[in-house]
Write a new protein. Sequence first.
Length: 335
Amino acid sequence: MRTGRWARRGLMALLLAACALLSACGAGKPDKGERGETNPSAVVVGFSQLGSESGWRIGNTASMEQAAKKWGFGLMRANANQRQEKQIAAIRSFISYQVDVIVFSPIVETGWDNVLREAKRANIPVILMDRMVDVDDDTLYTAYIGADFLAEGRRAGKFLLKKADAMGAEHLNIVEITGTEDSTPMRDRQAGFRWAIDGDERFTIIDSVTGDFLRSKGEECMRYLLDKYGAQGIDVVYSHNDEMTLGALKVLEAAGIRPGQDMVLISVDAQQEAVEALKAGKINCIVECTPDLGNSVMEMVDALTKGKQIPKRNHPVEQAFTEFDDLSDLAPRGY
Ligand code: GZL
């Protein structure tokens, strides 16, 4: 793309030499594509993953690694362990190594303008995977691929409308356990849910606390909410991901409360462990959020390296799994 074949051979040698440094800061060696280490024409992708906070995230990383291997692309990986500054440092290292494309999942929406301007000046396209950025100039990224989180929130709310009808409920108190503040999934799952139930007098959201998408914090949040409102004061728990839901579920059962029966549980992601709880009647609805974005990302990378245009926004098809569905033939989730 930007350098001749010989320059790339030199660059690849530099890449290999420098990756020892990257591995020291949590970034992996650039797995060479199937065309082998000596082939300098292999496309190299710089991938900054935000962390490994959930089954979803681990599945997403695996999806990227499997797809890079399938496409024969080199993958420079860096795990930021939930730290934005580490993502920014990794992106800067990808720029200095002149990778062909940068892919990253921004942990929060703000604070990316400067480093994305540096990538643009270096003429390296950036694909946002899974989460969005809030920047003044949307030419700072080439494309977004990930869930429509507003739609996910709306699916959660629409399930609750149906559940309230089935219960013949006159009024339901809702507590919300949110994901990482200022992240796209947190903001839009919150907004979409409210959009769906807005104006329906049967529902009151009595509290919203952040669990940062972590199981341990989901436990803490549920313990706090139970202490504050008591079991009788909470009818519905809306949790932005399965890890937090599974943490909350453990606290409810320890308190002698039957999750899914005494309290309605609505979750997001659909990781296997949560699906098993749904089948056991302990969760009432799980809105799917697929982590399997790797192949679509690599298709976009391939198109970009061939000079083709790609759509700016790309959403996978997703659904919801609920107590009203026959889940007997639901395939294993793989995460
Ligand atoms: C959603 C993703 C969220 C998952 C969580 O696309 O960003 O982050 O819902 C993960 O499990 O932590």
